[in-house]
Ligand binder design. Structure first.
Ligand code: PEP
Ligand code: MN
Length: 376
């Protein structure tokens, strides 16, 4: 059961205190107070975990400050929309908003290789007005003989350079719990010049201990990438692991699924699931056109498949894009063949803006028609 408080009610206010004291009559229930931000309004919720069927909803509904009481289904208790009753909620990190209405672009290196390349990418992002980047320091590779990433030793210069060029958040994959500590230490050592969004890669999509580790810390938000061989339901349950540990600052990323049916793309592009994830959950949704398309091929009009893939996500309302670029893709130590050059990145950003405008027009069109439907 979730008790949603009215917008003006604060988590430490007397109304919440009254409800918590009423709930103390049900000692078998665990009570959790959750505060989130949204574009429309802040949300304070009281989550009840345990045998809530014994708890009567009516007296709670009539208590001061309560807007709504929702009995949640067992699926996606924390992240779910529960038949659209619950508002989508978002979060702000480093002054940047993540919710189901906004759109952020995270661009950068698949794997950090040299300091010079990191600097060139950040400089380019600054010129393009982008404050969000991706940088891989820990790389999970199919072959043990491939480059595994520079790990903790590159973090200080990556963070310092981010600060120098106004990059506020870097999406960075972690493969084990200790990587979170290394990131925390490097941020401390460099004076927190930037922020980090912890990325759970597709290969760790059901690494439940790692999911619990990113879920039980509150410092960093989490970018969860769908498992390449998992159903949507399995991946959403994995996100629920993160949320159930206490961290609801999660972005769900579609990155394609492994299938010969996607050929000649690296994965079968699954961006048709953008509206599905937005409907089932309250999470912002990211698309990764780089790892899903995975090739630098162009359609007859000259547009890269990576651009087309991103467009499919954005036209359907995606809230974040994760895209790889490299100043000199030929020399990249990981995923060079799918990296955009910095010139291509500039074009990409302009292309995304066109598609986003079309998405906004689609929303306005729907609003116009839905008003007509209400009048009937
Ligand atoms: C990545 O984004 O760096 C990556 C390895 O992607 P994925 O986990 O989706 O393969
Ligand atoms: Mn990559």
């Amino acid at each position: 059961m979730i008790i949603i408080m009215r917008p003006e009610i604060r988590a430490d206010g007397p109304e919440v205190e009254d409800i918590v004291s009423f709930l103390s009559h049900f000692p078998e229930i665990k009570v959790k107070i959750v505060e989130s931000e949204g574009e429309i309004r802040p949300v304070t919720e009281i989550h009840l975990i345990g045998p809530t069927h014994n708890i009567p909803a009516e007296p709670i509904k009539s208590m001061d400050g309560v807007e709504m009481v929702v009995r949640v289904s067992s699926k996606y208790r924390q992240i779910g929309r529960h038949d659209i009753h619950l508002h989508p909620v978002g979060f702000t990190y480093q002054d940047i908003l993540f919710d189901q209405d906004s759109l952020q672009i995270f661009a950068g290196l698949c794997a950090v290789d040299t300091r010079e390349h990191v600097e060139q990418v950040f400089q380019c992002l600054q010129e393009l007005g982008i404050k969000t980047a991706r940088m891989g320091a820990y790389k999970p590779r199919t072959s043990p003989y491939d480059f595994q990433g520079h790990g903790a030793k590159c973090l200080p210069y990556v963070f310092e350079l981010a600060g120098k060029y106004g990059v506020k958040i870097i999406a960075m994959e972690v493969l084990k719990e200790n990587h979170i500590d290394e990131i925390r230490q490097a941020l401390e050592q460099t004076g927190h010049p930037t922020g980090v969004m912890l990325q759970i890669g597709t290969r760790n999509a059901q690494n439940f201990e790692l999911l619990k580790a990113v879920g039980s810390q509150h410092e960093f938000p989490v970018l969860y990438k769908r498992g390449m061989g998992l159903t949507l339901e399995e991946s959403l349950n994995a996100c629920e692991y993160i949320a159930s540990e206490g961290n609801r600052h999660i972005v769900f990323c579609l990155r394609g699924v492994k299938s010969q049916l996607g050929l000649p793309h690296r994965n079968l592009i699954d961006f048709g699931h953008v509206p599905v994830v937005k409907r089932l959950t309250r999470l912002p949704v990211c698309v990764d056109p780089t790892h899903s398309a995975g090739v630098k091929d162009r359609s007859p009009e000259g547009i890269l498949d990576i651009f087309h893939a991103a467009a499919q996500g954005v036209i359907a309302g995606a809230n974040m894009i994760l895209v790889e670029c490299h100043p000199d893709p030929k020399t990249a130590l990981c995923d060079g063949p799918q990296a955009l050059t910095l010139d291509e990145l500039k074009e990409f950003i302009e292309d995304v803006a066109i598609v986003r405008e079309a998405y906004e027009k689609r929303r306005a069109l729907r609003q116009k028609y839905s008003k007509g439907e209400e009048d009937l």
